[in-house]
Design a protein around this ligand. Sequence first.
Ligand SMILES: [Zn+2]
Length: 354
Amino acid sequence: MRLVIDFQGSKNKSNNVLTASNPDWKYTIATGILVVAMVVPQLSDWVESQQFVKYLQTRVGSLPKTTGASISRIAFPTVANAPVTSGFGWRQHPITGERKFHTGIDFAASLGAPIYATDAGIVEFAGEKGGYGNTVIVKHTSVSTLYGHASKLYVTTGQRVARGQMIAAVGSTGMSTGPHLHFEVRVNDKPQNPRPYLQHTAANSYSPRMRAFLATIRWAETGTSGSLSYRKLVFNGTFNDFSTHPRIKQCAPINGKRVCSTAAGAYQMLDKSWYDLQPKLNLTNFSPASQDKMAVEYIRRNQAIADVEAGNLDAALQKLARVWASMPYNNYNQNAKTLEQWRTYYQQQLAYRG
Ligand SMILES: [Zn+2]
């Protein structure tokens, strides 16, 4: 973040460095369907209506398919733009016409599309399972996940799988009208609504490029991209309490003047960023996960998500230069790294994560 300094006694009012919210609609729609809308029960009927699915298919078609690129990172069970065609709950069964409880979520995907394990675990079942057709069940902790109607199975019972590992291919085996993934989340073998589970995993599954970019911001802002970066204070030292920052000022003598700033954490967020984003992102504290979400929100607001996901570092830095002083393309004179330094570190991070 840009260092906004309060001189003791007189407040030095600085411009708000954040641009007004100007959402990138493609991004909003694509993630909205998969994450936000699915966890709002009032919206589910609308989301799962065929009309909306068709609309989405036309809107998300041009999105970069970033998930699916790398094993072990993916927490979504199939291709990123697969629309939900049937939700969890009572419905008219598409084949029998009976009113029946649907114990999972159906994602429409083409025949042969990858099915990913949403989390690490052990394959409890891999084979044919009645109406489910070819099915994989992965046991995580008390939670297990089920993937039904597959055309091919790539795992066998007892096998250990990684988060995001491709375990099967989408098909239409069992009681099915066309290729789709039937995805279930079971807690102690009882099917649960997968929505909150997907929200949780989706929130923690940034693409390798996004994670490399975030790491580079952390390094540029604090000198390190490791876990320590999330506890850095603006002038020196670290903090331990994620419940109070970035609402506490740190003061230090700079050029003979005592100056104070609230900037804290891996992305040097200010108190005003916290007051703005905490209610919008529903953050409970300033934990590393919250800090990441805040950073991604600024990337989104400045319409740089697509640039990050496309690996276009230069374009992303130009759009975000007003947000983070450590980026080139601003004139804050607060020790910005050069474009060359950004490139080098980013490429290292990408090689490490990709
Ligand atoms: Zn189903």
